[in-house]
Design a protein around this ligand. Structure first.
Ligand SMILES: [Zn+2]
Ligand SMILES: [Zn+2]
Length: 139
């Protein structure tokens, strides 16, 4: 499916800026708002940071983008939605890497007790040091 169809299906207006955001996020790697903003400006010219924020919010709510928020780092966006994958995050440089969900469907972790909640998602962040930072460390 093309992005404009995805937008329509989510009930969102199709704009050049939104399409540019989808493209930028897809080609990037868990980009934060500033990086998305830069990519959008390269594609369609001037778009305000606020407009990028608003569109990211709408696209996230519409289920077209996933947003992850590692503690201490700005929110990151990706187009890989709906597969309940998880993330490795480097404590040192903040790099984010996808890890497939071991079970393949949500929620892939069962809490010891659900306390009566209907659980539909588990969002796991594995914290550690990425290969680059590890090799710096041993140098
Ligand atoms: Zn690192
Ligand atoms: Zn991811």
């Amino acid at each position: 499916m093309e992005d404009d169809d995805r937008l329509r299906q989510a009930g969102l207006r199709v704009t050049a800026a939104r399409l540019a955001i989808m493209q930028t996020v897809r080609e990037g790697d868990h980009l934060d708002v500033d990086a998305v903003h830069r990519g959008v400006r390269e594609r369609v010219g001037h778009v305000s940071l606020q407009a990028v924020y608003d569109s990211l919010h709408a696209l996230h709510r519409g289920g077209l983008l996933r947003r992850i928020e590692p503690a201490g780092s700005p929110a990151r966006y990706e187009t890989r939605v709906g597969d309940n994958h998880h993330h490795l995050v480097c404590r040192q440089c903040g790099r984010v890497t996808d890890v497939d969900c071991a079970v393949g469907h949500a929620p892939c972790l069962d809490p010891v007790s659900d306390a009566g909640y209907l659980v539909d998602e588990a969002d796991v962040i594995y914290w550690g040091m990425c290969p680059d930072c590890r090799s710096d460390e041993t140098r």
